[in-house]
Design a protein around this ligand. Sequence first.
Ligand code: AHZ
Length: 300
Amino acid sequence: MSPAQTLDKPPVTPANSQKYDVNENYEGEYRFAPIEESQVSRAMIRRYFNTMYERAISDVVIVGAGSAGLSCAYQLASTRPELKITIIEASVAPGGGAWLGGQLMTPMVIRKPADRFLREIGVEYEDEGPFVVVKHAALFTSTLLSRVLAMPNVVLMNATAVEDLMVHEDFQGKQRVAGVVTNWTLVALNHDTQSCMDPNTITAPVIISATGHDGPMGAFSAKRLVSTGLLKELGNMRGLDMNRAEPAIVNGTREVVPGLILTGMELSEHDGSNRMGPTFGAMIGSGVKAAHEAIRILDS
Ligand code: AHZ
């Protein structure tokens, strides 16, 4: 049998997998089940590119896996398990700024009533009256991430940047965001140094952008709306006021142009609303509201 034939043998089933069961032995010689390097490569390649193929047409694309994007993904994927939800995250590590609370400190403050979401995903907290505190922001983010990734209808593509929006014209000449243009983040960062590194696309009837406030990559879609002429100018995020900022972000979460919903701090750049600093209730509330908006659009 040629090496290629060996590798193409049928996948292991529960029935014949027993022969690979090797007892763990920490007292004597520890042995692993045998493997060929090419099996490892093929195990990853087949799944990854099948996923890319399947998700080239998605129901919803969420851009950015920070606290707003992940809250949205959780709400949407758990409410509508039949939807193909594809999350695109530019960084290697999903989570955005939600691995820490404020100023590199670990506790995370969440104002009520967003504490309900913590109970829903199973994160413990201390109750301080008007707000609750999770002992470490990473506990919130890792729990939320694991709940989201465990849902079969969710795909997360990290180290992948959305570098443009697809904008189509309908039969009345109205502009509609119809998908996203993607590339590996390392490729997107090198467009000035290499030629011919064309991107890819994902088509979806609803795009939810959650790319955070302005920064090295932030507020991507809001800024692109301006350069495409779909938005006259950015409102630009205003100074910190927790009491104004949090309700403004949740209540303002909406479809800003046909096919594109903005959520989280990206919305502050679009609308010119205040920032709230290190309190995360609005990111949860805005993410949940973006999920409701997406369902409204898909069902209309
Ligand atoms: O890597 C970014 C981060 O994980 C990702 N992202 C940005 N541009 C992207 C692009 N393609 C793909 N073009 C992209 N991914 O988006 C994520 C944004 O997460 P975040 O934590 O920065 O934003 P958020 O709105 O979810 O949470 C904001 C949290 C803040 S900021 C703030 C303040 O400054 O006052 N207060 C709070 C609670």
